[in-house]
Design a binder for this molecule. Structure first.
Ligand code: NAP
Ligand code: HSE
Length: 336
């Protein structure tokens, strides 16, 4: 049995509880062992009770999870920098593996977390932190590892892609569509990070660190959001054969990395032009594989829970085979 301590039972945390319950049988078969939510740290107890979690499972004291020796994996889904960072480090120091969807944290303090994971000999997995349900971190670290990656271009924010799609195709107003995205659970608690491009910038910082094997942090990324896009910009683009997308672009040229996020005109016939609503896509060029595109839902409860549960299962398998800490930090270069 693999026992999980869940930190945060909001949109994504609730999705993880639901998915482990809904597909528990097949998840246990594929992992080789059952996965149990042992404790849940959550401010709002009602959210947990609504999911049918017993009162004995819920706590508001992190020590109940950190000091519970039966807990193998801490799944951090609270968001933000603190106390998430401290909780993750404390959990690792107690020998617990960690899964998170927290791109804010990784894009700023990733290096410290990876170092702690290595020192403690534990796994740190974060597939859900970039592009929600789309597998992209694992493929970059594993399946594409033999390539020199030349370019990564992503539509990495579901909220802004949803807004731009609804403005383009249905002529809806920015504020109205943002409200819809919030109601659907796509937007961050403070949606400024979505619409100003910061959320996509965090994600491309994470992806480029992996793609180019050199640490890229949020401060290295040029960022521009979608708040100044008007219906007239969209209409002019359409007349000329383009659609406006918020692109996150990372390139390596002559040993230097360039990373930026901004709205861009994408020709109607480019694969990224077909990525609409909450869907995200990551277009990668590698020297051996050529061009490939990963596509799927980049935000929302169950797509994101899908990525989190996949990480939990992978750690469960590692534990069964005593191979924890196998894939750690891949930033072995220091590029400009
Ligand atoms: P959310 O709905 O706001 O859930 C977070 C939950 O954690 C809330 O219930 C919150 O309680 C609780 N919480 C926060 N700090 C806490 C603390 N110190 N002690 C106890 N409980 C605490 O957020 P979310 O959308 O699930 O996102 C969670 C993480 O996943 C974030 O890092 C986000 O960036 C990431 N993510 C989200 C999505 C998505 O589609 N939503 C997709 C990919 C990644 P209160 O509500 O009382 O504050
Ligand atoms: N707010 C984010 C988005 C959630 O809209 O893409 C997924 O990381």
């Amino acid at each position: 049995m693999v026992r999980v301590g869940l930190l945060g039972c909001g949109t994504v945390g609730s999705g993880v509880v639901k998915l482990l319950r809904q597909n528990g049988h097949i998840i246990a078969q594929k992992t080789g062992t059952e996965i149990l939510i042992q404790r849940v740290l959550e401010r709002d107890i009602k959210k947990c009770l609504a999911l049918g979690l017993g009162e004995e499972v819920i706590t508001q004291n992190i020590e109940d999870i950190i000091n519970d020796e039966s807990i193998d994996i801490v799944v951090e889904l609270m968001g933000g920098i603190e106390p998430a960072f401290s909780f993750i480090i404390q959990a690792m120091n107690k020998g617990k593996h960690v899964v998170t969807a927290n791109k804010d944290l990784i894009a700023i303090r990733g290096k410290e977390i990876f170092s702690a994971a290595q020192e403690c000999g534990v796994d740190f997995y974060f597939e859900a932190s970039v592009a929600g349900g789309i597998p992209v971190i694992y493929p970059l670290k594993q399946s594409l590892a033999g390539n020199q990656i030349q370019e990564v271009i992503g539509i990495l924010n579901g909220t802004t892609n949803y807004i731009l799609t609804k403005m383009s195709k249905e002529g809806k107003k920015f504020d109205e569509v943002l409200r819809e995205a919030q109601e659907l659970g796509y937007a961050e608690a403070d949606p400024t990070a979505d619409v100003c491009g910061l959320d996509a910038a965090r994600k491309i910082a994470i992806l480029s660190s992996i793609a180019f094997n050199s640490r890229v942090t949020l401060d290295d990324v040029y960022v521009e959001g979608i708040t100044s896009i008007s219906p007239r910009d969209i209409q002019y683009g359409q007349e000329l054969g383009y659609v406006i997308k918020l692109l996150a672009i990372a390139k390596e040229e002559e040993g230097k990395i360039q990373v930026r996020v901004h709205p861009a005109f994408v020709p109607f016939n480019h694969p990224l032009a077909f990525v609409n609503d909450v869907f995200n896509a990551v277009f990668i060029i590698g020297d051996a594989v050529g061009e490939i595109m990963h596509y799927g839902k980049g935000a929302g409860q169950m797509p994101t829970a899908s990525a989190v549960v996949g990480d939990i299962m992978e750690i469960g398998r590692n534990m069964l085979h005593h191979t924890s800490g196998r894939i750690g930090c891949t930033c072995f270069s220091e590029k400009e």
